[in-house]
Design a protein. Structure first.
Lengths: 315, 280, 499
């Protein structure tokens, strides 16, 4: 098992190393001259050259790559070219929006999906199951950003229960900040609810077929206890695995939702940085997300290895 | 085939999916020859009109007929989705089949590369790619296609590997057929159903992706109608004409729902034990 | 804070009479906080490092002041220099500095600080975005602690204006290196805090020379990029004022609300259908004239929801040297087609229209495509990010047409530049422009400027579309905001809440 895990870890590190090269290359070929963006249309060639030298844009590619990797390894993310402030601080500020958003969306999704999935499995093959499965089908088919726009139309424009977008900031207005995250979290959770409901349902169906469930039922254990205590407990393992996998993508995938609701989250930071050609911010955020996804995958592998003595070699 | 049709007739999900898909494709086909109004006809005096007999779904911020634009938008969705999936599928199937046939370093390299692509935050990378190459329908296709390659490669590799273990393939190997011949003659035909089902689902995913990119302004360029872009434009006018933000979204949801239901139905009909990859 | 200080005053005085006298004033000062909405975020906070207009809106003249000060009508008055004199030949400027001016960190302003700031502008290693405005300067001398002499290589009638811009903001040598993050100037407001992507907070300066004119204690610049979000922010009371409201289509929604006033003023922004004069077929004057005849400005302004003033040349209609040239090539489709045929394109041609990511260009883009379609020019639109626009269109001149506003004042000089992105090259205009720059008599300069307008209108260098309007929206009880935008600055002295 140690051997299996160390092999997975090595594979993840190779993937990460490749990822740094790819990200660096893509960011480097982004058209646009950061010096020109800073100095604008009246800049003279000599001032542009001076700026390039000042920020090291004129260094050879390899030097810049090694500088970046060196920074990453020493947890120094460098300074943003656009703002002049540290990239670590920028990302930290934005995570204060994105992490609560993701957490809210995910907990809401679990809260809805698990009972729905259990219900569908319980009513397997009946109209209740059909209804739930139909709903999940709709859930994965609706673009979440459109769902967000519709929520804004209803709850912010028509009824004015919630703000249409923006984020007041935790320190300024804590309650308002929670309020500002509700509609975005609902939109973000739509697809996740659908996926998690399906996973819960099929995991429940698998466990409900197990012998010990039949025994329990035969012994006259109440159906509620069978479902929620015996079956669900085992079905939760695959549900949690998928939740973990979703979590990584959820945070990175929030960029469009953040755009709909104008939330100053990490996704918007990358989006703005691409538009400003704040290359160092783009590189670092994309790599941090990649590390996050790889780490979650490793954890999932670890969980499987611990729970199942016969590790699966490939996903 | 007739047995398939008989079973299909009893599968409600498949039928709903087929009807929705027919509606989607039919709209696109009709719009090739007829739309209620010319799609690019600017009528600055008829801006943001509500629904009426003349303009069934009203007009947009430049006085163009929304229904006509939704109809032509179906063409954009199909073109982008279909080409992206076709590109991703051809490359992915080829790589997956190669990895299954060759094993060894090819297999290892393919696994690492698909791990790599799956590890990237897809939306951000798609935004980066379209920023590098410029915003256009072609580049949106490319960005979506790239993420389709590992999906098809993995599915193909998995299914092909199980074929390589089957007796009739072993027999063919024993008879001296080369790996390419076996892949083409025995492996691919037998895994076609998995690929068709996966392709249907990926088509749905691709339409959603196109809508997202266009919403960010990175997909098809105006004046070509695109549903995602219509949503982007509509958001500016939520106070005056909220219904503008409703129709394109409904169109996307309908098309995607149709494909998803069709895909799930196909899976049930062709092989209920298939395991699909869902990456979105 | 207010309640506290009032209580302290009451404790000191301790009589009902003082309470009577103090109460109304405290009440009048009840609202001393202003939240200003902005659609673009300033990158760094130092106008001498970066060309972004948003930096000037936040920091000039609130944090950084220049020698001259641009007023609400675009005229130049005393800034950090209380007076100046110009020599007969226009080559020597003598600035008398204000005495007793302090930087926010307590440092004093004197001639050596001014010399430092001005030397940075035109030095060989200068990284000032507007360096080209100052390269006529030969040397700067500190004559005495409160007198600075600026000597030019050749007369420049725009120098005073250039020295009043934020690009020539006066900075102390000690804090200049860190002004990007922590700007320290001499202005009426002090930088307090910044939250990137969200807001910038300023507070009243305790040491400014005219404390009576600062009625606000706290000013917050809040970044709200999306137009419909700007409306929501105003309606929800999160933002008090949008001096540069970006969504003309949403103005009606705000006009209906009695809490707000909508003030439409002028800007220096000429919106152009900028044309690559160096590329076939646009190098042919007949093709450009055909385009000019095909442009329907009423439709374009209608796409702007009626905001904007038609222009026929590259000059702001509110300027006193302006002449109306919109009839040079009136809307005339048959004439346009004839011109195209004469130029050798009877069936039209295909062309690209590369749009920057700004509201007016997005709105005008599809309208222009449709108008040019009517004379057979088939337009392919592509939307670029700013960096792409800057390198692809502006720097590499890899474009046919683009739509962009030129927002600087006095920017006709661009038609005299070599290698500018329009690739317009007219010896006639260049000669005329040299006369403008050297003119020391302003009445004569205005006449020369009119000639310049006529030349570029006649040559149809670009499609001249309309002058951008400045749409300001703010709370009805807010007084003193600028209605026009002669320069991208937000001057907050004299702005207050009506009791």
């Amino acid at each position: 098992m140690i051997e299996f895990l160390s092999r997975r870890l090595a594979a993840a590190l190779v993937t990460l190393a490749l990822a740094t090269v790819v990200v660096f290359a893509v960011v480097e070929v982004l058209p646009g001259d950061p010096a020109l963006i800073m100095l604008g249309t009246d800049a003279r060639p000599d001032t542009l050259a001076a700026i390039r030298a000042q920020y090291g844009f004129d260094q050879p590619l390899l030097t810049r790559y090694l500088q970046w990797i060196g920074g990453l390894l020493t947890f120094d993310l460098g300074n943003s070219h656009a703002y002049g402030t540290s990239v670590g601080k920028l990302i930290g500020d934005r995570l204060q929006v994105t992490l609560p958003l993701g957490a809210l969306a995910l907990s809401w999704a679990l809260l809805v999906a698990i009972p729905l999935g259990v219900f569908a499995a319980w009513k397997h093959g009946g109209p209740g199951d059909w209804g739930v499965m139909g709903l999940t089908q709709i859930g994965i088919s609706i673009p979440n950003f459109w769902f967000g726009i519709v929520l804004v139309l209803l709850f912010a424009v028509t009824w004015q229960f919630f703000p249409a977008g923006g984020f007041p900031g935790w320190r300024q207005d804590t309650l308002g900040s929670v309020y500002a995250l509700i509609l975005p979290a609902l939109s973000l959770s739509l697809g996740e609810i659908a996926i998690l409901t399906r996973v819960t349902r099929s995991a429940m169906l698998d466990t409900l077929r197990e012998d010990y469930i039949r025994t329990a039922r035969a012994k006259g254990v109440p159906e509620r206890t069978v479902l929620f205590e015996h079956a669900l407990r085992n079905a939760l393992i695959p549900v949690m695995t998928v939740t973990g996998l979703i979590a990584g993508f959820l945070i990175a995938g929030a960029v469009i939702i953040e755009s709909v609701f104008r939330l100053p989250g990490v996704g918007q930071l990358v989006y703005d940085s691409i538009n400003n050609r704040d290359l160092i911010v783009i590189k670092n955020v994309v790599i941090l997300f990649t590390i996050l996804v790889l780490a979650v995958n490793l954890l999932v592998d670890l969980a499987y290895a611990l729970l199942d003595p016969r590790p699966r070699i490939s996903a | 085939m007739s047995a398939f049709l008989a079973r299909a007739r009893r599968h409600v999900g498949f039928q709903i999916g087929a009807v929705l898909l027919a509606l989607f494709v039919g709209t696109a086909l009709v719009s090739l020859v007829w739309t209620p109004h010319a799609v690019d006809d600017l009528q600055m005096r008829a801006k943001l009109l509500p629904s009426s007999a003349k303009y069934l779904l009203g007009t947009d911020h430049l006085g163009r007929d929304v229904l006509s634009r939704i109809m032509v938008g179906a063409q954009t969705s199909i073109a982008v989705g279909l080409i992206a999936v076709a590109l991703g599928m051809s490359a992915g199937v080829m790589l997956g089949a190669w990895a299954a046939a060759r094993g060894g370093w090819v297999d290892e390299a393919l696994s690492r590369t698909s791990d790599l692509i799956f590890a990237f935050p897809a939306v951000l990378i798609a935004i980066l790619i379209t920023s590098v190459l410029g915003a256009s329908a072609q580049n949106a296709i490319l960005a979506i296609a790239i993420f389709n390659v590992p999906v098809f490669a993995r599915v193909t590799r998995g299914a092909a590997l199980s074929m390589w273990g089957r007796d009739f393939v072993r027999a063919a190997t024993a008879m001296g057929q080369g790996p390419l011949g076996i892949t083409l003659r025995h492996v691919l035909p037998n895994i076609a159903s998995v690929l068709i089902v996966q392709a249907t689902i990926q088509f749905a995913v691709a339409i959603l992706a196109e809508a997202g990119l266009s919403y960010l302004g990175l997909g098809a360029q105006p004046p070509v109608p695109s549903w995602g872009r219509m949503l982007r434009d509509a958001q500016t006018y939520v106070f005056q004409a909220p219904e503008l933000a409703v129709w394109p979204g409904l169109a996307i949801a309908t098309a995607v729902l149709g494909l998803n239901m069709l895909g799930d139905g196909l899976r049930d009909l062709l092989d209920p034990r298939l395991r699909l990859l869902r990456v979105g | 804070m207010n309640a506290l200080s009032r209580r302290r005053l009451l404790g000191a005085a301790g009589t009902v009479a003082t309470m009577m006298t103090f109460a109304p004033e405290a009440w009048a000062q009840g609202k001393d906080r202003l939240v200003i909405g902005m659609s673009l975020e300033p990158p760094v906070l130092d106008p001498t490092r970066n060309a972004a207009a948003a930096i000037r809106e936040v920091t000039c003249p609130s944090i950084f002041e220049s020698l001259g000060r641009i007023d609400r009508n675009g005229a130049i008055g005393p800034g950090l220099a209380e007076s100046w004199s110009i020599s007969e030949d226009g080559k020597e400027y003598l600035f008398k500095l204000r005495r007793g001016v302090k930087f926010h960190d307590g440092e004093s302003l004197d001639a050596s600080v001014v010399k430092f700031s001005l030397d940075r502008l035109f030095a060989a290693d200068s990284t000032n975005p507007a360096k080209s405005l100052y390269t006529d300067i030969d040397k700067v001398e500190a004559v005495d602690p409160s007198t600075v002499k600026v000597t030019l290589k050749s007369p420049n009638s725009f120098l005073l204006y250039s020295l009043s811009l934020g690009d020539a903001g006066i900075m102390h040598p000690k804090t200049a290196p860190t002004n990007d993050k922590n700007p320290i100037g001499t202005g009426p407001f002090v930088f307090k805090e910044r939250k990137e992507g969200d807001s910038i907070t300023l507070a009243k300066s305790p040491t400014w020379r005219d404390p009576g004119s600062i009625k606000l204690n706290t000013v917050i610049f809040k970044i709200v990029k999306d137009p419909s979000a700007q409306v929501s922010a105003l309606l929800a009371g999160d933002v008090d004022a949008f001096p540069g409201f970006q969504a003309p289509e949403l103005v009606d929604r705000l006009r209906k609300d009695p809490r707000f006033v909508v003030v439409v003023g002028t800007t220096e922004g000429e919106v152009l259908l900028a044309t690559n004069n160096g590329k076939k077929p646009f190098d042919n004057p007949k093709v450009r004239q055909a385009i000019a005849h095909a442009i329907n400005r009423d439709e374009l302004i209608s796409a702007e929801s009626g905001f904007g003033v038609p222009i026929g040349s590259h000059f702001a209609p509110h300027n006193k040297a302006y002449i109306d040239l919109t009839k040079t090539y009136p809307l005339d489709i048959p004439k346009a087609k004839t011109l195209l045929a004469e130029a050798g394109y009877p069936n039209g041609f295909e062309a690209s229209l590369k749009l920057p990511p700004v509201g007016y260009a997005q709105r005008a883009g599809e309208v222009i495509a449709s108008q040019l379609g009517k004379i057979g020019i088939k337009i392919a639109i592509s939307q670029l990010q700013w960096p792409q626009w800057l390198s692809e269109v502006f720097k590499e001149r890899n474009y046919d047409l683009t739509i962009v506003a030129h927002t600087e004042a006095n920017d006709l000089d661009r038609y005299a530049r070599d290698g500018y992105y329009w690739a317009y090259n007219s010896p006639e205009f260049k000669a005329k422009w040299r006369e403008v720059v050297a003119a020391t008599d302003f009445a004569k300069r205005d006449e020369l400027l009119k000639d310049c307008q006529r030349i570029i209108a006649r040559d149809a260098v670009n499609g001249f579309l309309f002058q951008l309007a400045k749409i300001g929206v703010w709370r009805k009880d807010l007084v003193g905001m600028w209605e026009n935008s002669p320069t991208p600055q937000v001057d907050l002295t004299g702005v207050y809440w009506k009791a």
